[in-house]
Design a protein around this ligand. Structure first.
Ligand code: PHE
Length: 361
């Protein structure tokens, strides 16, 4: 290499390094650039110095040294400058941060309306000496139908459109199979309630869901009559609504009770004037009930000559709708939280966006 070429090479090193400086956003990036574009090539230049003719070395060495000094200063200044800028940026951010601004309000959770009414029912019924029991959601034909006096050929099966499972079991269509399980497990006398999820192969609309909740009630003892049934049902509804609710009792047919009743309550959505939720009737079927059929007692290994009992199947989903003024059943399974106003646990959930109309007391 001759002197001119060497001097040009030193100039190139300097130029390459300098053009890159403004692109560095951090001190580390600047240091890396300095190592790559300054220190390494200059060290290389020092080696090449020896290849130059002896008389050219002094000038070449001087040029190299000066370039090194200029570049070192350039980088030191750039690093200082960048540090100052970073500090200034931090200060600017700090100046806009106000620690006294209240944080975002995190909405508090609330119970699902069905859970809230379920707990209410449990509170009232356990107060009357009932025990809370459960049962599987996947049931056998025997527990869901057969032992409830609904044999395979019985037309009542048609009223409970059933999800049959490939293993021959089914998704329980009501909580009544819990009656059978409780009788077989505990015998008589017996006082149980069994809340739980039920399934029917239904077309979904404002008042029908394929997945809904019931709470079964069963009381078996010596000398139990319809008078006991009505008294307990009245008390339950009065406690749940904290006032006397307008009810009507109609004969109802369920193979597992005799006699059977439909206990309807005045629709809370429209105050009994008629709306889609109550199918314009002003009444909502909420509490089917009746005296336990002797055959059912027999299936439960209980002697119908010694014991009698009553059973009811309270529609928890319907009850939640009535209690919180929810006009559309689909909201309850949707997981859509819009419009739900979280509230104190003690007072239970409140559903906004749905009209809550109070009946005259
Ligand atoms: N299991 C019945 C149903 O879901 C309701 C019911 C329960 C009726 C207990 C009478 C007694 O339709």
């Amino acid at each position: 290499m001759n002197l001119d070429a060497f001097l040009q090479h030193v100039k190139d090193i300097e130029r390459d390094a300098v053009v890159e400086i403004p692109n560095c956003r951090t001190v580390d990036a600047l240091r890396a650039l300095e190592a790559r574009h300054v220190k390494a090539p200059l060290a290389e230049g020092l080696k090449q110095l020896k290849t130059l003719p002896a008389e050219a070395r002094a000038e070449a060495g001087k040029a190299l040294n000066e370039a090194k000094q200029r570049l070192t200063q350039r980088f030191d200044a750039a690093i200082d400058d960048l540090k100052q800028r970073l500090i200034a940026d931090e200060r600017a951010v700090a100046a806009t941060y106000d620690p006294t601004i209240p944080g975002p309000v995190v909405p508090r959770g609330a119970l699902h309306p069905v859970t809230a009414v379920q707990w209410e029912v449990e509170r009232v019924m356990t107060g009357l000496g009932f025990t809370v029991v459960g049962g599987p959601e996947m049931e056998t034909d025997f527990h869901n139908f057969e032992a409830l006096n609904i044999p395979a050929t019985h037309p009542a099966r048609d009223t409970m459109d059933t999800f049959w499972l490939t293993n021959g079991w089914l998704l329980r269509t009501h909580t009544s199979p819990c009656q059978v399980r409780a009788m077989l497990t505990y015998g008589a006398p017996l006082r149980v309630i069994a809340p739980g999820r039920c399934f029917r192969y239904e077309t979904i609309d404002a008042s029908h869901e394929n997945t809904f909740f019931q709470v079964e009630g069963l009381l078996i003892d010596h000398g139990i009559s319809i008078a006991h049934l009505i008294a307990v049902m009245r008390l339950l509804l009065r406690e749940l609504f904290q006032r006397d609710v307008k009810v009507r009792l109609r004969p109802g047919f369920f193979p597992f009770v005799e006699p059977g009743f439909e206990l309807d309550m005045s629709c809370e959505i429209c105050a009994g004037t008629g709306c889609p939720t109550c199918k314009q009737s002003g009444w909502v079927e909420i509490l089917p009930c009746g005296m336990v059929h002797p055959n059912v007692l027999r299936y439960g290994n209980i002697d119908p000559h010694e014991f009698t009992g009553f059973a009811f199947g309270l529609g928890l989903t319907r009850l939640a709708m009535m209690k919180y003024g929810i006009a559309d059943i689909r909201i309850l399974n949707s997981g859509d939280l819009r419009g739900i106003v979280p509230q104190n646990r003690l007072t239970g959930p409140q559903i906004g966006g749905c009209s809550v109309r109070k009946n005259p007391a």
